[in-house]
Design a protein around this ligand. Structure first.
Ligand SMILES: Cc1cc2nc3c(=O)[nH]c(=O)nc-3n(C[C@H](O)[C@H](O)[C@H](O)COP(=O)(O)OP(=O)(O)OC[C@H]3O[C@@H](n4cnc5c(N)ncnc54)[C@H](O)[C@@H]3O)c2cc1C
Ligand code: SF4
Length: 361
């Protein structure tokens, strides 16, 4: 599958990148922008959404941001995105690195690779749940390219969506791209595509915040506010904005942390269910605990009620099982992924119990 033709923009500073976004994304939301026309690599006109749609049209976003490209490039090959411009962030040094934050804790540039996170002695010591989760993403080669920003902003996935144009055309387009029905939940109007990033559940456990830069400056929001819970419009990011940094608070440093993940091929696959757990202990009792889950909902989710359930208690099998039940109730897997929803939900229960026990030991 060849890439659609596009123009590559390579800014050297964040300011330059934001200028490009301002210029080429337009002021409106991308959802109201008209479809772009351009020519494919063979010189022939690309099919417009009109040509390969038999339902609702998905407007083309005229500019796509690329960091490591490990997710975007395969999606562009599948013609899920056919932007006229691609904004390559990799030349922006100020968006890379792991540094102490002014208000305590640590700031991680969005372009920091997953490999740099996985191997950071500082993060391994103080935020082990994040390094464990980063170490499970894809494969070593992809972690050398893939970034934390790209992992946070990762597109949601579905068996009916992450396919070639020919495949999607044959089976019928769906709400997430060019169609007006959902194959997973027919009759509904919502897309349930699954968020399948490994580091966001760990970041949620660590109460992480992200910095978003746009035309009117930078703002900082809690990571859990970034996701909408919708499979199609899954993140709250305007087309002229970038995620620039991730902040981990000092208050959550030194929590014990564990990440467990279900996948078909242990060497490379996206999670089909993932569980991050952090625990703080004093003597034989738990002071605090948090559980984040991924790959079973359209957003990564922090499981509610865990702290209330375990705080002040000594952890045993029964209590760990009860936390597993809570996580399984929060998981809403559907037939968006390989393996059955029932099995994936059950593995959330099992992994949560095991991860809580492991983090406590
Ligand atoms: C075979 C294979 C296996 C994989 N397995 C896993 C896995 O196990 N777990 C997992 O989590 N991922 C997996 N991935 C996906 C991917 O490798 C990682 O999620 C990686 O972290 C994506 O980062 P990137 O920098 O390459 O993102 P890109 O592909 O460059 O971008 C991904 C998305 O984020 C947006 N984006 C990137 N950076 C920014 C920014 N700073 N601001 C705003 N938007 C931004 C892009 O526009 C795009 O929408 C896999 C990919 C492949 C091909
Ligand atoms: S859940 Fe899957 S089939 Fe349904 S609209 Fe979303 S991507 Fe399409």
């Amino acid at each position: 599958m060849s890439l659609p033709q596009f123009r590559l923009l390579r800014p050297r500073t964040l300011g330059e990148a934001l200028d490009f976004l301002g210029k080429y994304s337009g002021h409106e939301s991308a959802h109201t922008l008209p479809a772009q026309t351009s020519r494919g690599p063979d010189g022939r006109g690309r099919p417009s959404p009109h040509e390969h749609s038999r339902g609702r049209l998905s407007p083309q976003v005229p500019i796509q941001v690329i960091a490591g490209g490990t997710d975007l490039i395969p999606s562009m090959r599948q013609k899920l995105f056919e932007p006229e411009y691609v904004l390559d962030l990799r030349g922006i040094d100020e968006m890379r690195g792991i540094r102490p934050a002014a208000d305590g804790g640590v700031a991680i540039g969005a372009l920091t690779t997953l490999r740099a996170i996985e191997t950071s002695a500082f993060l391994q010591q103080h935020y082990p749940v994040l390094t464990e989760a980063a170490a499970t993403v894809a494969s070593p080669v992809l972690r050398n390219m893939g970034t934390i920003g790209g992992n946070i902003c990762l597109d949601t996935r579905c068996l009916w969506y992450n396919q070639s144009l020919t495949w999607r055309k044959g089976c019928g387009f769906c709400i997430k791209k060019d169609g007006d029905l959902c194959h997973v939940a027919p009759g509904g109007t919502k897309c349930w595509a699954t968020f399948s990033g490994d580091t966001p559940p760990a970041l949620l456990c660590l109460n992480a915040e992200i910095e978003i830069a746009g035309p009117s400056g930078a703002r900082r929001i809690a990571l859990h506010e970034f996701y909408t819970g919708l499979g199609d419009n899954y993140r709250k990011l305007q087309p002229n904005e970038l995620v620039t940094r991730v902040f981990l608070p000092a208050a959550l440093a030194d929590y014990r942390g564990v990440y467990r993940k279900l996948r078909v091929r242990g060497s490379i696959d996206y999670p089909l269910a993932g569980v991050a757990v952090v625990v703080k202990r004093s003597n034989e009792h738990i002071d605090d605990a948090r559980v984040g889950i991924t790959a079973v909902n359209p957003a990564p989710v922090l499981v509610k009620g865990v702290r209330e359930m375990v705080a002040g208690k000594a952890l045993d099998e029964t209590l760990a099982e009860a936390v597993g039940d809570l996580a399984a109730k929060t998981a809403k897997p559907l037939t968006t992924s390989a393996l059955t929803p029932e099995y994936r939900r059950e593995m959330i229960r099992v992994f949560t119990k095991r991860a809580v026990l492991a983090a406590n030991n």
